[in-house]
Design a protein around this ligand. Structure first.
Ligand code: ADP
Length: 181
C-alpha cells in the first residue's frame, strides 16, 4: 500500500527491517539502549557491536532514554546508514497515555531524521510485540503521526516505510493508510 503526501511516499511492506537500504531504520528500543529481544535484538545482531558502542556513549551523556524520545546511531554492518532508537510505551490497557507516547515515539524519530537530513526512514511496528500494544490501534496512531508530520514538513522526506515483520501486521498499517488520506 502506497500513498503520496506532497513529494513523500508513505508505504507499507513486509520485510526484515535489518535488510532495508534506507537512510535510517527505527529501532523499537527500551530505555536502557542496551539491546533486547524482538526487533531490537535483530538490529543489534545485524548491525554488530558498533551500534552498542554508540548507544553506550549516548547513555553516558543523557542516561536512560525516556519513553517517546529518540536518538541516532550508526547502523554498523546493516545496509541502512543509521539507526534511530526510540522507546514506545508498554501497553497498560490504554489508561497510561499510551497513544500520546506512541505518537511521540514516531514524531521524535522523524524530528531526529529531519535534523540529520535523512530522506528515507523505515519504522517497525513499535510497541506491538513484547510491549503488547494492540496492532490495529498502534497502526492508526502511527500512520496519523507520520501523515501529520510529513504534511507539516513538506519536502523533508522522500519515503517513509511501515515495515511489518508479518503480513497481518502489514495489513493493519495498510488499512490505516487507506483510511487516512
Ligand atoms: P516492542 O518491545 O516495542 O513491542 P518488539 O520488537 O517486541 O518491540 O516488536 C515490535 C514489532 O517488531 C513486532 O511486530 C515484531 O514482530 C517486529 N519485529 C521483530 N523482528 C523484526 C525484524 N527483524 N524486522 C521487522 N520487524 C520485526
Amino acid at each position: 500500500m502506497d500513498i503520496e503526501v506532497g513529494k513523500t511516499t508513505l508505504k507499507t511492506i513486509v520485510a526484515d527491517i535489518t535488510t532495508l537500504k534506507v537512510d535510517a531504520v527505527v529501532n523499537a528500543a527500551n530505555s536502557s539502549l542496551m539491546g533486547g529481544g524482538g526487533v531490537d535484538g535483530a538490529i543489534h545482531r545485524a548491525g554488530g557491536s558498533a551500534i552498542l558502542e554508540d548507544c553506550k556513549k549516548i547513555v553516558a551523556k543523557i542516561g536512560k532514554l525516556p519513553t517517546g524520545e529518540a536518538v541516532i546511531t550508526t547502523a554498523g554492518n546493516m545496509p541502512s546508514k543509521h539507526v534511530i532508537h526510540t522507546v514506545g510505551p508498554v501497553w497498560h490497557g490504554g489508561t497510561k497515555n499510551e497513544p500520546q507516547l506512541l505518537k511521540n515515539a514516531y514524531t521524535k524519530s522523524l524530528e531526529v531524521a529531519m535534523e540529520n537530513n535523512l530522506k528515507t526512514v523505515a519504522f517497525p511496528s513499535i510497541s506491538t510485540g513484547i510491549y503488547g500494544y494492540p496492532v490495529s490501534q498502534a497502526a492508526q496512531v502511527a500512520v496519523k503521526a507520520v501523515f501529520d508530520f510529513v504534511g507539516k514538513y513538506r519536502g523533508a522526506f522522500n519515503e517513509i516505510i511501515f515495515c511489518g515483520f508479518d503480513s497481518s501486521t502489514e495489513a493493519e498499517y495498510a488499512r490505516a493508510l487507506g483510511t487516512i488520506a
